[in-house]
Design a protein around this ligand. Sequence first.
Ligand SMILES: Cc1cc2nc3c(=O)[nH]c(=O)nc-3n(C[C@H](O)[C@H](O)[C@H](O)COP(=O)(O)OP(=O)(O)OC[C@H]3O[C@@H](n4cnc5c(N)ncnc54)[C@H](O)[C@@H]3O)c2cc1C
Ligand code: SF4
Ligand code: SF4
Ligand code: SF4
Length: 422
Amino acid sequence: MTRPSDTVATTVATGTCCSCGLCAAACRCGAISFATDGGSMVPVIDESACVHCGRCLAICPGANLASPPEAEPSPEELLGNVLESYSGWSTDEATLTRAVSGGVVTQLVAELLASGKYDSAFLVTNATEGMDGTQPTTQRVSPEDDLTRTQKSRYLQVSHEPTLRYLLSNPKEHVIIVGVPCALSGIVSAIDAFRLSRDNYLLIGLFCDRTMTSNVLRYFERFAPGGRLSGVDFRTKEASGWPGDLRIYGNAGAFTDLPARKRMEVKGYFQPECCLYCLDKLNRCADITVGDDYVHGTQINDGKGACSILVRTEAGMTALAATDDIALIPSDARDIAHSQHIENRLVNWHNARVLEGSHDVSRRDVRTRNSALKSIDIGKAYPEHPELLERELRRTSSPASKMRRRIKRVVGKVLGKLRPKR
Ligand SMILES: Cc1cc2nc3c(=O)[nH]c(=O)nc-3n(C[C@H](O)[C@H](O)[C@H](O)COP(=O)(O)OP(=O)(O)OC[C@H]3O[C@@H](n4cnc5c(N)ncnc54)[C@H](O)[C@@H]3O)c2cc1C
Ligand code: SF4
Ligand code: SF4
Ligand code: SF4
């Protein structure tokens, strides 16, 4: 019988698995496979093969989500270490046009691979992979590969299992790894646990305001021309520029463009539960963190989109300095954090404390967590029970409901200002 306390069965049981896939790569006994549950891939442990070494749990980023810090994190803690901060964009027109924001990630990876400083990178393709409900996985690209197929953000859960398997069997290779905060924190734990050399890796982090389960694709399918989904651009700048519309591909390359609102309004339903407890929006363990530049918005780079960039380590500084085709202007790190509303993560700290069951939570905190969980349950049931989501969407998009949310936001801001600082 598996003892939940020394395997990732614990993470699954607490609802904090982020489907990063790292545990399967870390398990030397081949005891971990994945099954789909509510649109997410979750680990299943073969009890006859498990030797209870505890390695999977030691590197599991989901396990940390259930252990929040005792004290409410300060804005500085939420921001993390920063050496330099910029607004930047690729000066290569094609890369910038295809990118969701400034194309910095793709430009950086392309130049570092071409220079020979890194042997390969693990990225995610924007092709049709995952449209059948399976989870997208990271893929290795080398200097000769075309990066057009790996551009754009996939707001889906991504498995980094191939990345870690590769690092473990090629420990000398210099590799660039791109990922959201939970995935990169798991990679850092694995580098540590398996005594790999941290110097061999450049970690490019993405800011992250939640991801979504594959059930969102079933929902998008209803908008696909011909009724069959063949691909999704979660954001494209082609029709109306940055920050971009949602593009749904159907039969024979035909597509429909929908306003970004269509993606935003279902985010709360299709987010996995782990995102309710996550404090790290700005990818604090990366060498360089990149997100959309909401400090300047469309006021910069002719409205084509730019990236906010936080350089966190010497390796990050060296990597950025080695590029020729990224335009940079200074941007204050605190302004970047403010533009990303990182203070909203304090709600997650309260959620995690409720989950942990360790503190005297107010009734209001419990209710916040329960209403969010209710939405997630609707998203998990989506393909089988579309009527639940339709009812909720009708209810939450009514003018009265919008007004209630606006009032709640204003009151929340005022109360936030009145709250004593620690
Ligand atoms: C789930 C998610 C949530 C995000 N939330 C925010 C946010 O709240 N605020 C914000 O400012 N920015 C957010 N971003 C980052 C933003 O969408 C852009 O990725 C970032 O600004 C880099 O833009 P770029 O133009 O340089 O990217 P591009 O040059 O288009 O390159 C994007 C790179 O990211 C890789 N990639 C795409 N999706 C994933 C994924 N799921 N996991 C790992 N790698 C991936 C691609 O392979 C590619 O290499 C989020 C990204 C993701 C994936
Ligand atoms: S968070 Fe990642 S490592 Fe942890 S159980 Fe889930 S898939 Fe495995
Ligand atoms: S405890 Fe060890 S053997 Fe068991 S599933 Fe985890 S890594 Fe594999
Ligand atoms: S919000 Fe946190 S837990 Fe959710 S996908 Fe992003 S980094 Fe992972």
